[in-house]
Design a binder for this molecule. Structure first.
Ligand code: NAD
Length: 363
């Protein structure tokens, strides 16, 4: 029996998490998926109740869970709070408390949504890449960091880019293991022509590669990788990179697919326990209207099934159902084109479940 913690959060979070719950309940009924669902508070809703965006009780349940499904946190009503009490801080603390160092961001283009991409449809058709980003180290966390005033009263800001071999090796292992299960191609992105840290990154990635002989490894400088992502994204299978480069490259990859409402993500720790969440935020502008796209959340459920619950066939089923629904023309407002009648959040969730039932009755 797997323990899955649902953290709906704020804004559209609860609306899309409700669809994830429906999918899991259906998988339990139809495919004997053994999951125990719990729910707790995080973000603004947790602050409103407990004066803490990550209450101790939530953290305790999160530590005991096999996987966490998070909706989204944040909203303008919380923007006046001091930094440590803001909803986003709760999320950051959760990631670091659980040591979720591996961030997985897939970018998949659906044939019937190819025209929503910022690139020409023929460049994104068939696109299916995964960015593996190191999430807890590098320049965003390196010490020393700060601001100081130099002689002559000039201000100076400074940050430190630092990785040790262990940090690089553990994220490389995650990326190679995933590449093995996909197209067996891994491109490691760095800036080894300028940075010593990147030289070490390359050395360690090459060393880890010896354990994964069947994966074809290549290296690319980050400036070239940014260019190649918008020139010919289809050349990539799995991209491995550090925290800052991954931050930027994963947003470029997101744009290739056209809609933020379709993008799932996973953050894993060393035991492959993880937190799964849509890439989008709490969308306060549409919260409470029942029109949010739940597909990024549902695709996050598929990632959870694949990476934390070891149920690759059920993960395939959920992904195929989403494909089928999109190709059948169902659209929420964010992906509807002129003349297309949009469906609501709940209806989209129901359609995915209907497609899952249909697909499993065929097999
Ligand atoms: P956002 O992703 O919430 O919204 C950007 C735009 O995309 C909005 O117009 C929104 O309506 C639309 N959108 C987003 N998700 C959608 C969906 N599923 N279906 C349909 N449309 C969707 O980003 P933002 O407006 O910059 O941020 C809003 C709040 O969310 C802020 O408080 C921010 O801090 C927070 N945020 C949280 C997370 C997270 O929880 N991981 C991530 C990003 C932003």
């Amino acid at each position: 029996m797997y323990k899955v913690l649902l953290l709906p959060g704020d804004g559209i979070g609860p609306e899309v998490v409700a669809q994830a719950r429906k999918v899991l309940v259906s998988l339990g009924k139809e495919h004997a998926l053994a999951v125990e669902l719990e729910e707790a508070q995080v973000g603004g809703s947790a602050y409103a109740r407990h004066r803490d965006p990550l209450p101790a009780q939530t953290l305790e349940i999160a530590r005991a869970a096999d996987a966490i499904l998070l909706g989204a946190v944040g909203g303008p009503q919380f923007d006046h709070l001091e930094r440590d009490l803001r909803p986003e801080k709760g999320l950051l603390r959760l990631r670091s408390e659980l040591d979720l160092f591996a961030n997985l961001r897939p970018a998949i283009s659906y044939p019937s949504l190819a025209s929503a991409s910022s690139l020409k449809p023929e460049q994104v058709t068939g696109l299916d890449l995964l960015i593996v980003r190191e999430l807890t180290g590098g320049i965003y966390f390196g010490q020393p960091r700060g601001m100081r005033v130099l002689e002559g009263r000039t201000r100076q800001g400074f940050n430190t880019l630092v990785y040790d071999e262990h940090e690089i090796a553990r994220i490389a292992h995650v990326a190679f293991r995933i590449a093995q299960k996909r197209g067996s191609r891994l491109c490691s992105v760095d800036k080894a022509n300028v940075l010593e840290v990147s030289e070490l990154w390359r050395d360690v990635v090459n060393a880890v590669h010896r354990d994964y002989a069947k994966v074809a490894l290549s290296h690319m400088y980050v400036d070239n990788a940014a260019m190649q992502l918008v020139r010919e994204p289809g050349q990539f299978d799995v991209v491995l990179t550090d925290n800052m480069f991954g931050d930027i490259l994963s947003d470029i990859a997101a744009m290739l697919t056209g809609s933020i409402g379709m993008l799932p993500s996973a953050s894993l720790n060393e035991r492959d326990r993880g937190m799964y969440e849509p890439v989008h935020g709490s969308a306060p502008d549409i919260a409470g209207k029942g029109i949010a796209n739940p597909l990024a959340m549902i695709l996050s459920v598929a990632m959870m099934l694949r990476y934390s619950l070891n149920e690759p066939l059920l993960a395939d089923l959920v992904e195929q159902a989403v494909h089928q629904v999109v190709e059948a023309g169902y659209r929420t407002v964010d992906i509807a084109r002129a003349g297309q009648q949009p469906v609501g959040t709940d209806e989209m969730g129901d359609e995915v479940i209907r497609a899952m039932l249909q697909l499993s009755s065929k097999n």
